[in-house]
Design a binder for this molecule. Structure first.
Ligand SMILES: [Zn+2]
Length: 530
């Protein structure tokens, strides 16, 4: 089997356990796309879902048969053992698993006596028969079975004898992996290792897998400890998705295992993991935390001035791993802590040629602006425009002449905002209006309308994030507002900033800068020069 090529297997459950996270709702199309990405990364197993438990998963397996061409990964179906005191032959769950038509099935069963008596309301002997008979039934239909021992670590703590008997039963019935699950997520690494050692002593020939939830923040650490203790299958989810605090984060674990422990666990290129983690985040529609290990946009970001000048010379002194190994990159952020060296490093990253003298004045200007409430760490787009302006560059695309924004609450309680902008493009006046619910959105629509004829590429630029913060002020009535906007095209994204007492003016500043950077990156020629 393909999974066997690896002595250590990655079993991804993003599509089943990961999709239990609040706010994640994947369509069948989404699931097919995520499965394709996981296959590209080269995990051994992709758990597609729980057929029979919901319509969508049943449909996923039906469509996967014809639409999903996996290169190396193996698709598995997940389901539970037969009903208490029931028969395997007419158990709807087991029949749905057969219908999913996968060679491999991951079957979950109770390993904690308390759950057998309290949740299933049956006796412990039936609990064991549920496991054994269900596995034998699937095996008699030529399925290969992994056994997820639910609540194993809690069960082992409460009644080790029963928990081990459950594992032995699954092993004897022909399960090819005995997966120890920390379903409630409360087990620390040391306890995990002790339990795994006892399991290996009790059932020496059973291949062990592990499945951790991150409720005490140690799912990754426990998975690593389990590998060291001899586990050969690691279950987890891309970006650590999952119920409550999530599952073991494969975006961290895969690089940990592969680059730190020298264990090859994926057949694809590890350099894909950053882009695949971001791509999956886009599909589930949750912004990826920039501070995530390896794959976050800040994972290799440097700030302090002293440190950046040394970093430019010796990156290995400040980075635990060359970011390119995981498909990420070094980023410099500029703040008032920064000296000339980090300005030069940042301009080099932006491919702008800047003299020492200009870099010195940029540092001075950044200090002044930060004093007024600007903050360039998340506003690399505005920083780029600032540097360009310090070299004498002038925005060639448009000049603002005026704007007007009004908001209205109508008698039927509907809210409207109208904006009108007047700009000059190559000396010619362009006027446009926008009507939306929010005033900034209306302003954005109006600006785009005014630019569209001259710069049709404007529609490829998307406003992806808008954040407002009121800055501390001694005089509450004239508090300044800081607006941060993120704009992106298909390849990259950039932040821009505006600061003003008036939130609309601050938004305009950030909005207009975002568009100017976008027009620059698209390589537009100014209308006045055509
Ligand atoms: Zn789980």
């Amino acid at each position: 089997m393909p999974g066997k090529l690896m002595e250590l297997e990655i079993y991804d459950t993003t599509l089943r356990d990961g999709s239990q996270q609040e706010g994640i709702s994947l369509t069948v199309n989404d699931k097919l796309r995520v499965a394709g990405l996981l296959d590209e990364l080269g995990v051994a197993f992709i758990e597609g879902g729980w057929p029979g438990a919901n319509q969508k998963d049943t449909e996923f397996f039906r469509r996967a048969r014809s639409e999903l061409q996996l290169r190396g990964a193996v698709l598995t179906a997940f389901g539970s053992t037969r009903r208490p005191r029931g028969e395997v032959g007419d158990d709807p769950q087991l029949l749905a698993l057969l219908e999913a038509d996968t060679e491999f099935i991951c079957l979950v069963g109770k390993a904690w006596d308390y759950h057998v008596t309290e949740a299933l309301r049956t006796d412990l002997d039936d609990g064991l028969r549920m496991v054994g008979e269900s596995i034998e039934f699937l095996r008699s239909h030529d399925r290969r079975v992994f056994f997820d021992a639910e609540h194993f670590f809690d069960g082992f703590r409460a009644n080790a004898r029963f928990a081990l008997r459950v594992l032995q039963t699954a092993h004897d019935a022909g399960a090819e992996r005995i997966v120890l699950c920390d379903t409630n997520g409360g087990t620390l690494p040391r306890e995990t290792v002790a339990a795994i050692e006892q399991v290996r002593a009790a059932i020496p020939d059973a291949p062990i897998g592990v499945h951790y939830h991150d409720d005490v923040g140690t799912a990754v650490a426990s998975s690593i400890a389990a590998v060291e203790a001899g586990a050969m299958q690691i279950q987890g989810c891309i970006n650590g998705y999952g119920e409550r605090t999530g599952n073991a984060n494969l975006s961290t674990l895969i690089p940990d295992l592969q680059v730190k422990m020298g264990r090859k666990v994926i057949t694809g290129d590890l350099g894909l993991i950053t882009s695949i983690s971001h791509h999956v985040a886009e599909i589930v529609n949750i912004t990826l935390d920039p501070h995530r290990p390896y794959v976050g946009t800040s994972a290799f970001t440097h700030k302090a001035g002293l440190h950046t000048s040394a970093l430019a010379r010796r990156p290995d002194a400040y980075e635990h791993e060359p970011p390119a190994n995981v498909g990420n990159r070094t980023r410099m952020v500029v703040s008032e802590l920064a000296g000339k060296a980090s300005v030069l490093a940042k301009t080099a990253e932006l491919r702008l040629e800047v003299s020492d003298l200009v870099a010195g004045s940029v540092v001075e200007r950044v200090k002044e602006l930060e004093h007024q409430g600007y903050h360039f760490e998340a506003a690399d787009g505005s920083f780029e425009l600032l540097v360009r302006e310090m070299t004498g560059w002038v925005n060639p695309y448009f000049d603002l002449r005026s704007f007007r924004v009004e908001a209205e609450r109508r008698a039927d309680e509907r809210i409207f905002s109208k904006a009108a902008v007047s700009i000059a493009v190559g000396g010619e006046v362009r006027v446009s209006e926008g009507e939306e619910v929010g005033p900034v959105h209306a302003l954005d629509t109006a600006l785009r309308g005014a630019l569209r004829d001259d710069y049709p590429g404007i529609d490829d630029l998307r406003l992806t994030d808008y954040r407002v913060r009121v800055l501390d002020s001694k005089d509450g009535t004239s508090a300044r507002v800081r607006v941060l906007i993120e704009t992106s095209d298909h390849e990259s994204s950039w932040g821009t900033i505006g600061v003003h007492e008036n939130v609309i003016e601050a938004s305009w500043e950030a909005l207009a800068d975002g568009i100017v950077v976008g027009l620059l990156r698209q390589g537009n020629v100014a209308a006045s020069l055509r």
